[in-house]
Write a protein that binds this ligand. Structure first.
Ligand code: SF4
Ligand code: SF4
Length: 152
């Protein structure tokens, strides 16, 4: 389990709670990578619960996800740094006169909201007070490089 970061629904954990969760995740990842290197690729067991959630929710989510950036906005605190455009994995943000404009092929990853250094991006009122999250082991510079490699 990693620190939750779906800011559209809740705030990310902070402080000791976040550190503890990351430390446990690191231990589990070591065990998981050990198992994979010993056993090779294996099919994951099917989960009835996951299949049910997928069946009930995915088609609804997929039908509007690209347009959901219409609820995003940027405040006057934007410094025109360009981070949001650089980290968007879908290439969905263009800076126009120094401010982000969303192009409606969003994947709703919430990366732009989390990684804006001045928290200038909101998705309605509910995100205004919610905690942003970035894995402390990953720098914004590394993210930008990785995202550029994988971008469509
Ligand atoms: S990351 Fe934030 S400050 Fe930088 S351009 Fe985007 S909205 Fe503005
Ligand atoms: S970073 Fe994620 S949430 Fe933001 S516009 Fe790109 S795909 Fe959408």
């Amino acid at each position: 389990m990693m620190p939750g970061n779906y800011i559209l629904l809740y705030s990310s954990p902070t402080g000791e709670k976040r550190e503890k969760r990351l430390a446990i995740a690191d231990e589990q990842l070591t065990a998981i990578t050990g198992t994979i290197s010993r056993c090779g690729k294996q099919e994951l067991p099917s989960s009835l619960f996951a299949n049910l959630i997928h069946f009930l929710m995915y088609s609804r989510f997929a039908s509007h996800v690209h347009d959901d950036d219409r609820k995003f906005s940027v405040s006057d605190s934007c410094t025109s740094c360009g981070t949001c455009a650089a980290v968007c994995p879908a290439g969905n943000i263009e800076l126009v006169e120094g401010k982000p404009v969303w192009k409606h092929h969003c994947e709703l990853c919430c990366g732009c909201i989390h990684l804006c250094p001045v928290q200038a991006i909101q998705a309605g009122r509910s995100t205004e007070k919610r905690q942003r999250y970035r894995n402390p082991a990953v720098s914004i510079g590394d993210l930008k490089k990785e995202i550029l490699k994988g971008r469509p």
